[in-house]
Design a protein around this ligand. Structure first.
Ligand code: ACO
Length: 384
């Protein structure tokens, strides 16, 4: 195990991980029948071959719940152990309630707080940083973070410059505190709001509430200045990696893998050149998923863990950039291994029972609230 150059006496370890994607795949060939594009153009400019697209019933919360259940299985803990749920997303179910609260209800995580994190494609790195620091402070012990997106629902399917880029999916980590050194070591979070216009969904917020004109002009969908975002991304990815290793008192030679936000292969190649690192140090799976925003880092990480590329005690950098503009990086020692035991099978069955109980409890609470409101609601308000 490596020396941990960090003055902490409490550490946040990633002890569970999982992903979920919709059933439907949309290939470049299929896209080229919808807009004026080709498989060759998309592959050459982005490295994307296909992406998963949610159907009407698949939402940010439903994908997030699936990824969360899988992460709880890997961690082999009960939803009742969770102290907090953070959902990083740019495609929440609603302005409110938060997607995190909806997922908390579905999991039956009855002791957990829940909130959404809005930092666009950097959201997962922000969530990982916040979760690990809450754990390191000692105020909470077990935190679930989820990056979940259904970007296909806010893409303009007539705009070939953006619709070829994005896909849907979710990934989740469970973090737990311990005195054993390791886990999440250092983080760098940055923002430059002067670039907010480069990547945005113009309407639907307080600046431009939904109205006839906003719907007619397609202003509820993603708009992007691709070239400027590209230039910004190649610069900040390298800077953030350098800063996060230097903060940990390490150098890039101490790093085994970099798990970058999967926006464009060419951006990742430029970052590798800028850092003077071999491209095979960068985990990439954008060809299968497209850009899944806050879900892209856990989707890439989980794939590399399941095919045994990432080994125990590897040092990893998670690095991302996105709307805001925002960017950030986190340095993690991957000090966990997945174990299987009979005990684990029993715990999984117990978790499945708890999810069923959660569904029934939620339905009973809704029903009780309706009945109480009808019977006593007006009297109680009048008394006050
Ligand atoms: N198919 C065919 N031609 C296209 C397509 C398409 N899908 N899209 C654009 N073109 C055309 C353009 O119209 C333009 O034609 P013109 O020269 O006749 O005007 C030509 O291709 C070149 O367009 P550019 O925009 O200059 O192409 P570029 O090489 O910059 O690639 C891309 C575009 C892939 C979007 C690139 O700029 C990029 O990856 N930028 C970063 C995008 C990104 O990372 N976004 C997400 C970041 S944050 C987040 O993840 C939410």
């Amino acid at each position: 195990m490596p020396d941990i150059p960090n003055g902490l006496d409490r550490y946040a370890h990633i002890c569970g991980w999982g992903t979920a994607v919709p059933n439907n795949i949309l290939t470049n060939a299929e896209l080229s029948k919808m807009v004026d594009t080709t498989d060759e153009w998309i592959m050459n400019r982005t490295g994307i071959k296909q992406r998963y697209i949610a159907n009407d019933k698949e939402t940010t919360a439903s994908l997030g719940v699936k990824a969360a259940k899988s992460a709880l299985d890997t961690a082999n803990i009960s939803p009742n152990d969770l102290d907090l749920i953070i959902v990083a997303t740019s495609t929440p179910e609603h302005h409110f309630p938060s997607t995190a609260s909806l997922i908390q209800d579905k999991l039956g995580a009855s002791k957990a707080g829940a909130f959404d994190m809005g930092a666009a494609c950097t959201g997962f790195v922000y969530a990982l940083t916040v979760a690990s620091q809450i754990i390191q402070s000692g105020s909470m012990n077990t935190v679930l973070i989820i990056g979940s997106e259904t970007l296909s629902k806010i893409v303009n399917w007539e705009d070939r410059s953006t619709c070829v880029l994005f896909g849907d999916g979710a990934g989740a980590f469970v973090l737990q505190g311990s005195k054993v050194p390791g886990g999440v070591l250092t983080s760098v979070l940055r923002s430059d709001g002067s670039g907010g216009d480069l990547l945005k969904v113009p309407a639907g917020g307080s600046a431009m509430p939904a109205c006839y004109d906003s719907l007619r002009d397609n202003l509820h969908t993603i708009t992007m200045n691709g070239r400027e975002v590209f230039r910004f991304a190649t610069r900040v990815m390298a800077d953030a990696c350098r800063e996060v290793v230097s903060e940990a008192g390490m150098t890039l030679d101490d790093i085994d893998f970099i798990v970058p936000h999967q926006a464009n292969v060419r951006i990742i190649e430029a970052a590798a050149r800028n850092l003077d690192l071999p491209l095979d140090m960068f985990i990439m799976n954008i060809d299968k998923y497209g850009n899944t925003s806050a879900a892209s880092i856990p989707l890439a990480l989980c794939e590399a863990v399941s095919d045994n590329r990432i080994k125990p005690y590897n040092n990893l950098i998670f690095v991302a950039f996105g709307g805001g503009l925002t960017w950030g990086a986190t340095l993690v020692t991957w000090d966990v291994t997945k174990t299987t035991s009979q005990n684990q099978v029993w715990h999984k069955l117990r978790r499945q029972a708890l999810y069923r109980v959660a569904r029934i409890r939620s339905a009973i609470r809704r029903g009780t609230r309706t009945i109480e409101g009808a019977l006593w609601g007006e009297e109680e308000v009048a008394d006050k």
